[in-house]
Design a protein around this ligand. Structure first.
Ligand code: DX5
Ligand code: ZN
Length: 225
């Protein structure tokens, strides 16, 4: 099953609730929530208060992508704010296994995120504890960057490891996902697709159906795989 996860990083922040409900009504599956701290990455976005404000407006899964350092302090706040999945970068945690445990203790699904140059060996001893592996196909910090093709090789490698584990672990891709490359990305093994600018730049007017055609275009590409 393929899941489409629009990133609200590229949404209109002045009407975020509407941006979330409209994209889900158009057939998207998951809300990808990018948290940046101007420390781990050179940009600053949204935190637990915004997650808490969005929680009552949608039943969709809220997929929190933490690009923050340190990580642990903020995890309980996101769990209380209604996050369903919390993912973090291994370089940003001093104790990766502990951080995974903390996310799960708080009742959320746990994900580990790999930057373009981060080796997959961080999976060696924790894969069984994860619910999601997120492969970055851009360097984190900004929307609208170009997909780095090496991410396809990484997806193939992680797909093998997930299949060998026999566990139900989501394999998500984040960065530069467009209608013209999503099929190739799916063939490399991803099942969950973050798309920020491709989705939210597709609908700039007030029509509640403004995201229908872009979501349908992604689905049509995925149907070919
Ligand atoms: C980048 C973020 C992404 C970003 C993707 O650091 O993690 O989720 O919003 O944006 P696009 O799809 O525009 O590359
Ligand atoms: Zn992200």
């Amino acid at each position: 099953m393929y899941r489409l996860a629009p990133s609200i990083l590229s949404a209109n922040f002045a009407k975020l609730g509407q941006e979330v409900t409209d994209v889900i009504d158009s057939g998207a599956d998951i809300i990808h929530f990018d948290v940046m701290d101007n420390h781990y990455v050179p940009n600053l976005t949204i935190g637990p208060l915004v997650c808490e404000a969005l929680r009552p407006v949608t039943d969709a899964i809220i997929d929190v992508h933490l690009m923050v350092q340190p990580v642990d302090r903020i995890i309980p706040d996101f769990a209380k704010a209604g996050a369903n999945i919390i993912s973090f970068h291994p370089e940003a945690s001093n104790h990766i296994d502990r951080t995974i445990g903390l996310i799960k203790e708080q009742g959320c699904k746990a994900g580990l995120v790999f930057n373009p140059a981060t080796p997959l060996h961080y999976l060696d001893h924790v894969l069984d504890k994860l619910d999601l592996v997120l492969i970055m196909s851009v360097n984190p910090g900004f929307g609208g960057q170009t997909f780095i093709p090496e991410a396809l090789n990484k997806l193939r490698a992680v797909r093998k490891r997930i299949d060998a584990s026999g566990k139900d672990i989501m394999l998500e891709i984040d960065g530069g996902v467009k209608v013209d490359n999503i099929a190739e990305i799916a063939r490399a093994g991803a099942d969950t697709f973050v798309a920020g600018s491709a989705v939210y730049q597709a609908g700039k007017d007030a029509d509640p159906h403004r995201y229908d055609s872009i979501v349908a275009a992604f689905r049509a590409e995925l149907a070919k795989v």
